[in-house]
Design a protein around this ligand. Structure first.
Ligand code: PLP
Length: 377
């Protein structure tokens, strides 16, 4: 097995070797639990009630005996929250993208995908065996050029984009994507993993942010694992879409369903977002505050009004060194490197979270000041 040793050595030489850091005892500044709901007492309480009643696992896939009133209730809640007729649950966002994209698109079809889409979309495109064209990040003129050239040669067509890009925090132009989908008779697939619960006035996601309504050709995927503080994922759209997924999506059919307690916790989280509609706005204000402070320290932190605040470091080794400096102070801000982001675009993954206390943020800013790119005054 020398080849494994050699492969790992190669990764180490390029500063691309990975280890899993145990989180206990550290202040976590890079999670996706943006609203702090994973620890909310009402979310935990709702989940425990169902856990006691139903036990730990769901016991089977949705189509065998793993579908309960808690799965259904969450699907109905999500459909109402997203403003669509129907919703289907998946075991994770990765599984949702794999199962849905490969159910919608087959080998004679066409997918157009943003170059910075999440890895699970890239893998889903590969699995579909269709023609896949990648357009430059958020470059919709390039997308239209590709559509003009290729659309006529294919049967079905899917435009696919993250709504909020997970490692850059910038936002797709949902309005333009909708127009292009209509003009070129394509389906539009939006991965709302980082938009659900936080984007738009009341956290409903990309369509709300752009003041747009849902239409039948739009498929909204999202995760329960980020702002909803739980685990799992969903795909929303027309009733026909849901029927197709239940019958065709292999990652739904051949995988154990979510535990009922997880569904109950996620449903409670959505109800909290509805009950406290100021949460998304508070998160935006906190994100802007952190960004201003980091910029004042001389860091390059592209800001797009989302809680994803990448501190650009570029060099992989340097990103690791800053991460380790923060770790020694008990602060967890993970270094993100290739292949999660392109080579030479390493960054620290800092995210805003409503549960941060002022003194915790001060600790973080103090520790970052010690490695600030600005010379000391
Ligand atoms: C944009 C995007 N899509 C899909 C996923 C996958 O979701 P999950 O972690 O539930 O598998 C993630 C994150 O993990 C993501 O950032």
């Amino acid at each position: 097995m020398d080849w494994i040793r050699e492969k790992l050595e190669e990764l180490k030489l390029q500063s691309l070797y990975r280890v899993r850091l145990q989180r206990e005892g550290l202040l976590d500044f890079c999670s996706n639990d943006y609203l702090g709901l994973k620890d909310h007492p009402e979310v935990i309480e709702a989940s425990i009630r169902v856990l006691k009643d139903y036990g730990l696992g769901s016991g089977a896939s949705q189509l065998v005996s793993g579908y309960t009133k808690h799965h259904r209730a969450l699907e109905e809640k999500l459909a109402q929250f997203k403003g669509v007729p129907c919703c289907v649950l998946f075991g994770s966002g990765y599984l949702a993208n794999l199962g849905t994209i490969s159910s919608l698109i087959e080998d004679r079809d066409l997918i157009l995908s943003d170059e910075l889409n999440h890895a699970s979309i890239i893998d889903a495109c590969r699995l579909s065996k269709s023609k896949v064209l990648v357009f430059r990040h958020r470059d919709y003129e390039h997308l239209e050029e590709l559509l003009q050239r290729e659309r006529k040669n294919h049967r079905r067509c899917l435009l696919v984009s993250d709504t909020v890009f997970s490692m850059d925090g910038d936002v797709a132009d949902v309005r333009v994507l909708k127009e292009l989908s209509k003009d070129y008779d394509c389906m539009l697939y939006l991965d709302e993993a980082h938009a659900t619960g936080i984007m738009g006035k009341s956290g409903r996601g990309g369509l709300e942010l752009f003041g747009e309504g849902w239409e039948e050709y739009i498929i909204l995927m999202g995760t329960l694992s980020k702002a909803l503080g739980s685990y799992g994922a969903f795909v929303c759209g027309s009733k026909l879409l849901c029927e197709l997924l239940v019958n065709k999506a292999r990652s739904l059919i051949f995988s154990t369903s979510l535990p009922p307690s997880v569904c109950a916790g996620a449903k409670e989280a959505i109800e909290l977002i509805e009950k406290y509609p100021e949460l998304p706005q508070r998160l935006r204000a906190l994100s802007a505050y952190i960004n201003e402070n980091l910029s004042a320290l001389g860091f390059e932190v592209p800001f797009h009004g989302t809680p994803i605040l990448p501190i650009m470091v570029y060099e992989e080794a340097k990103a690791l060194a800053i991460r380790d400096h923060l770790l020694r102070k008990g602060l967890l801000v993970q270094a993100i490197r290739y292949p999660t982001v392109p080579r030479g675009k390493a960054r620290l993954r800092l995210t805003a979270n409503l549960k941060y206390k002022n003194e915790e943020l001060e600790l973080l800013l103090g520790a970052l000041k010690e490695v600030s790119p600005l010379p000391p005054l």
